[in-house]
Design a protein. Structure first.
Lengths: 535, 50
């Protein structure tokens, strides 16, 4: 039997469960901080989603209906910034906070106070960003990519944009450092690297990506700031600077950022599919190497976002081929998920439904990504709705469905209650149908030549824009079910045991549901770890 | 089996070693992040001088 800890031993002064507002403001417990991240991400998801509804409302018919073009461009810019930095990234960090310590058999994150600080930076960053809507000149409208010289024309909101990005970056870097340090130093004895669950592996690799690329974005926006206010000309052609250099730096951050948004979803799908197939994951080690390969390749493909700015033929060939190479490890993963299901005893609870939809729909985003990787084709698709369709297929049925799968998978563990499976299944089907009604027609619009980031369009694009907007409203309304399902689960869901899902494996399922405030104060035994690592 | 964090005397050096390792690796990663930040600014600066 493992030796229990003395009361003074577990976590110095925060070994008891605090109450009231202090529990949240001074939180150092990984579960509380994880909950705060998830609530924050959900709030931002609805704010960013509301902006998306306004965009689709304006695009429902040709002509300017409701907003002036400046406000429309502010909405596209803010929607992207909020969804990427406010919804998806904090949701992943929330899931990591909840699950990584429990999955590696650690009592908490390695640096709990830093964890608190990482979270509490975020509300300030987004209050700053959102309050830019109310300053003279309006919110930033130059696109989330912030290309100079356009972005340097932003009004009073420009320093707010730059400072909020610095804050978001600091939060992400500190969070990532905490996760890497936790995984490398806090694993239970016997939890070797190749026994770790795939979600932990994908987060470890994601955290390395974050540490490498978030400072690059911070550096780029610092240079924009000095160009704007201090007379430097890093990116100002008139002073000898190079605006294209900004694009290179931005996308050196931006492409790995795409994988930061998607790799943890790979981890969740790799947890969910084996559970509901009642089979071990096929090719565990190949999956780990595939994720690492994707992360490595993400550093050498950035210029495929900017083929049309002009670059030497050799560079075009290099970036085209290296981008296509990503299809190989991605193909390994899709093959392994499919092989895991092969001859499995499948059941289709909501997490599995979201994981399966991820598999099909993310692959559609991957295929259109391959089309965009081809230089001659990209010259046609550049800046059209085809690109919008592509990255939304990656980020909505990819990242967002991955988050949904994760929340529906672990919600019974977190709360100790089962949620309304029927309602969650409705949530899935409405989301899956409307996400396709929303984004699939955008492929047609892009191929027909409709440019992105415009509030008005030629009349021949009307029909598919109407369909897309109807899909958008349907998808947006369907998401209202999500907080209701969670609220209902917490209030009145049926009690569940340690193992909410029959086929689940992993250390988190060895703990009671909900897990105690301090879990794994005594590390799990080797046999428990071996039972959990059934891959 | 050994507890993660303990005041049991035998495990104290282990725990102290772990805390040192945590601090050291956190600082190392913070330095790496800072290096990326400054390196990209310096690189753009150097490129502008050419």
């Amino acid at each position: 039997m493992a030796e229990p800890l003395s009361p003074a031993a577990s976590h110095d002064e925060h070994d008891h469960k605090p109450h009231g507002w202090r529990r949240w403001v001074y939180a150092t417990n990984h579960k509380d901080i994880g909950t705060m991240y998830l609530i924050f991400a959900c709030t931002m998801f609805f704010i960013g989603g509301f902006m998306a509804m306004l965009i689709r409302l304006e695009l429902f018919k040709p002509g300017l209906q409701f907003f002036d073009p400046q406000f429309f461009n502010s909405m596209t810019t803010m929607h992207a910034l909020i969804m990427i930095f406010g919804a998806v990234m904090p949701a992943w960090t929330g899931l990591a906070n909840w699950m990584v310590p429990m999955q590696v058999g650690a009592p908490d994150m390695a640096l709990p106070r830093l964890n608190n600080f990482s979270f509490w930076i975020l509300p300030f960053a987004f209050t700053l960003l959102l309050s830019s809507l109310f300053v003279p000149g309006g919110a930033p409208a130059g696109g989330w990519t912030m290309y100079p010289p356009l972005v340097l024309q932003t009004g009073a909101s420009f320093p707010m944009l730059v400072f909020s990005i610095h804050l978001m970056g600091a939060s992400s870097i500190l969070g990532a450092i905490n996760i890497v340090v936790t995984i490398m130093n806090m694993r239970a004895p016997g939890m070797t690297l190749l026994r770790m669950p795939l979600f932990v592996w994908t987060w470890l690799i994601t955290a390395y990506l974050l540490i490498a690329v978030m400072p690059v974005l911070a550096g780029a926006v610092t240079m924009l700031l000095t160009d704007h206010f201090f007379g430097t000309t890093f990116f100002t052609a008139a002073g000898g600077g190079d605006p294209v250099m900004f694009q290179h730096i931005f996308w050196f951050f931006g492409h790995p950022e795409v994988y930061i948004l998607i790799l943890p979803a790979f981890g969740i799908v790799s947890e969910v599919i084996p559970t509901f197939s009642r089979k071990p994951l096929f090719g565990y080690e190949a999956m780990v190497y595939a994720v690492a390969s994707i992360a490595f390749l993400s550093f050498i493909v950035w210029a495929h976002h900017m083929f049309t700015v002009g670059m030497p033929l050799a560079a075009q060939l290099f970036f085209m081929l290296s981008t296509m190479l990503i299809a190989v490890p991605t193909g390994v993963k899709v093959f392994n998920w499919t092989a895991t299901m092969w001859k499995g005893s499948l059941s289709f609870e909501p997490p599995m439904l979201f994981a399966l939809a991820f598999l099909f729909l993310f692959s559609i985003g991957g295929f259109s990504g391959l089309m965009l990787a081809m230089v001659p084709a990209d010259y046609q698709y550049q800046d059209t709705y085809f690109v919008v369709a592509h990255f939304h297929y990656v980020l909505v049925p990819g990242s967002i469905f991955g988050i949904m799968a994760g929340v529906y998978y672990w919600l019974p563990k977190w709360t100790g209650h089962m949620y309304d499976l029927k309602l969650a299944t409705w949530h899935f089907w409405l989301s899956a149908i409307f996400v396709n009604v929303l984004f699939f027609p955008q492929h047609f619009l892009g191929l027909a030549g409709m440019p992105r980031r415009i509030p008005d369009y030629a009349v021949q694009f009307t029909d598919w824009n109407m369909v897309s907007s109807i899909g958008g409203f349907g998808f947006g309304l369907a998401q209202l079910l999500f907080p209701y399902i969670i609220w209902k689960c917490v209030r009145s869901g049926a009690r569940v045991g340690n193992k909410a899902w029959e086929g689940a494996h992993g250390l988190e399922w060895e703990l009671p549901s909900p897990p105690p405030f301090h879990s794994w104060t005594t590390p799990p035994s080797d046999s428990v770890i071996a039972r959990g690592a059934a891959h | 089996m050994q507890p993660h964090l303990t005041s049991v005397p035998a495990a104290a050096p282990l725990e102290a070693r772990r805390r040192r390792r945590v601090r050291r690796s956190a600082l190392l990663f913070a330095l790496i992040a800072a290096a990326f930040y400054f390196a990209f600014i310096v690189m753009t600066l150097v490129r502008g001088w050419k």
